[in-house]
Design a protein around this ligand. Sequence first.
Ligand SMILES: C[S@@+](CC[C@H](N)C(=O)[O-])C[C@H]1O[C@@H](n2cnc3c(N)ncnc32)[C@H](O)[C@@H]1O
Length: 232
Amino acid sequence: MSQLDPTLMFDKARAAQYDSQFARANAFRDVIHLVTDLAFASLPNDARILVVGAGTGSEIIALAARHSSWHFTAVDPAGAMLEVFREKAIAAGILDRCTIHVGYIETLADLPLHDAATSLLVSHFLQTDASRGAFFAEIAARLKPGALLVNADLAADMTEKISARLYATWEQMLRETGADAAGLDNYRAGFGKDFAVHTPAAVEALIENNGFERPSPVLQTLLMRTWLTAKT
Ligand SMILES: C[S@@+](CC[C@H](N)C(=O)[O-])C[C@H]1O[C@@H](n2cnc3c(N)ncnc32)[C@H](O)[C@@H]1O
C-alpha cells in the first residue's frame, strides 16, 4: 500500500479530538455534506451508501438524520476512528442501519451493491497514481451501474503562482484550528509527500479512468475540491 499507515496517523488520540479540532472550519465540512445530500436526493428510500474512509463518520450522521431508511457501509482501516463513529451512531440511534468494516475497501466482503458512495478527504492519502486509481476501481466494483460518487480531496496545481496565496490561506485555517509553528513546519514538509497533492485535472483523470464518468467539480473550499460522478 503506497501510503502512511492510517492506523498510526488516525490513532486513538487523534480520533478522540478529530471532531472538535476543526470546529473553526466546520462550515467547510458542512457544505460538503450539504452538496452530498443534494446530489443524493434522487436515491431511493432503501438506498445503500458506501462510505469509504468514514473516519468518525460525520458524513453518515448528517445523511442519516435526513434519510431515515438509508443504510450505510462505513469502511476505514483506522479502527480508533470507527470506534468514535460507533459511539456517535449509537447516540444518534442509527447503529442498526450501519455496517462497520475496519479495513481497506479491497477487504470488504461481498455485500449487495450500493446505490451511492462517498469518499471524503481520503484518496489523497494514497500517494501513487496506481494505488489511487486502484482505490477508485475498488469503490466502483461495489456500486450498481450509474451509482453516484461524491469524492473530496486536497488538490491544487502548486506550480501556479496563485497557489501560494491559496496555501497561505489554508495554513491560516490550520493555525486557527490549533497548529503551532512546529506543526505548520511539519505539515509543510509533508505536503505532497505524506499525502498526495495532485492537480485537479489529475484527480479527475484517475477517477474517470477507474470506473467512473468524467467527474463534475461541485465545490472548492480552499485546497479541498469536491467532485460528483457516477459509475459507468
Ligand atoms: C481526513 S479523515 C476523513 C474522515 C471523514 N471522511 C470526514 O470527512 O470527516 C481520512 C480518513 O481516511 C482513512 N483512510 C486513510 N487511508 C485510507 C484508505 N486507503 N482506505 C480507506 N480509508 C482510508 C483514515 O483512516 C481516516 O479515517
